[in-house]
Design a binder for this molecule. Structure first.
Ligand SMILES: NC(=O)c1ccc[n+]([C@@H]2O[C@H](COP(=O)([O-])OP(=O)(O)OC[C@H]3O[C@@H](n4cnc5c(N)ncnc54)[C@H](O)[C@@H]3O)[C@@H](O)[C@H]2O)c1
Length: 334
């Protein structure tokens, strides 16, 4: 039992809700701050307090910080669709930066000194080397990636001037679901490969389109690094202690890449039925291979993925989607 108290923005969303479960399991108190634009009330257990409000509401944020003393802030709430960010780049940059720094400012004013940011592999754009480590050049290829880089820079200055220690966790592809089956992934629109492939197999989503079969990879489809949400949650908890030594940034991935075709094969193997799919042209902005080196995180915190194998990830995701074909609620017709 740790007995600490944490603020989790975006804790009703996919990755954040898995951290909330992990914190509650340790005996921590959790306040979730989420406006439910993407998140789900049902993803937040009754042991956590849910504040339904937007991060742009400074007064509500100040009230929450005044209501208790937080040991750290975990900041998941953001706009995070790469394609949308290329249609509305200014909204992404303005909203992600201003909301994040408003939150950081509120934390500083309340005397909270630890901040963990959900950052992203999208910072690296088209990387020159693989696997990608923290020393790799950051050169975002989307406004979404740029917005997260701007937040990282803002947090750097919050540390320099105000002593706010931050950990920027650059996730690769978050995937899978709570191994106990309580929560899982439910985005609308959904843009992630594994839920789209599972939905196609279950008949709850249209056939999958594989974008590009002529990449310089062994089977011609893109390769990505999938990290289980439970392992991501574990990384968040481990970096808290690491923050005692100062601000840090880490890549969080399994270190293994799987192609789109391998993901389809895994879903067919686990689900025992075909994934209806077709083929389309490459999408602009998709690098051929994105695989993380998480050596620094492993070395500094002892983290290692426990559910790193693709079939383990798909098994937990399949179980959740099969049991919840319409996700957390009835928005999506079945
Ligand atoms: N899912 C991934 O593979 C992945 C990869 C890299 C980085 N990330 C980052 O991780 C974080 C979480 O991703 P996710 O997939 O869980 O997203 P998600 O959309 O499921 O969760 C985000 C949550 O934040 C809430 N939210 C958004 N804007 C808000 C605002 N202004 N005020 C209050 N609440 C707000 C949403 O309602 C939602 O519940 C995001 O910051 C994302 O950029 C995710």
């Amino acid at each position: 039992m740790s007995g600490a108290c944490f603020l989790v923005t975006g804790g009703a969303g996919y990755v954040g809700s898995h951290l909330v479960q992990a914190l509650l399991a340790r005996g921590d108190q959790v306040v979730v701050f989420d406006d439910l634009r993407q998140g789900h009330r049902a993803a937040v257990p009754s042991e956590a307090e849910l504040v339904v409000a937007s991060l742009s509401d400074r007064a509500r944020l100040a009230e929450v910080f005044a209501s208790r003393r937080f040991d750290a802030v975990f900041h998941f709430a953001a706009l995070s669709l790469v394609g949308e960010s290329m249609r509305e780049p200014l909204r992404y940059c303005v909203e992600n930066l201003s909301n994040s720094l408003t939150l950081a400012e509120a934390a500083v004013q309340a005397g909270c000194r630890r901040f963990v940011l959900s950052s992203t592999a999208a910072l690296f754009g088209f990387p020159k080397h693989t696997p990608i480590d923290e020393a790799a050049e950051v050169a975002p290829a989307s406004a979404y990636g740029e917005s997260k880089l701007m937040v990282e820079r803002g947090l750097h200055w919050a540390d320099q001037v105000h002593g706010l220690r931050s950990a920027c966790l650059r996730y690769f592809n978050a995937a899978g679901a709570d191994p106990a089956g309580r929560i899982g992934e439910d985005h609308e629109p959904e843009t992630h490969l594994i839920p789209l492939a599972i939905g196609a197999a279950l008949g709850t989503r249209p056939p999958l389109t594989v974008f590009g079969t002529d990449y310089p990879t062994p089977d011609g489809t893109c390769i990505r690094d999938y990290v289980h949400v439970a392992d991501l949650a574990d990384a968040h908890i481990r970096v808290l202690e690491r923050l005692e030594a100062g601000s840090c940034r880490y890549n969080v991935g399994s270190g293994t890449g799987y192609s789109v075709k391998q993901v389809i094969e895994s879903v067919e193997r686990i689900g025992g039925r075909p994934v209806p799919h077709g083929f389309g042209p490459r999408r602009a902005g998709d690098p051929a291979v994105l695989v993380a080196s998480s050596e620094a995180l492993r070395r500094d915190t002892g983290w290692s993925p426990r559910l790193g194998a693709l079939d383990d990830i798909v098994r937990t995701a399949w179980a959740w989607h099969a049991a919840h074909p319409r996700g957390f609620d009835d928005r999506r017709p079945n």
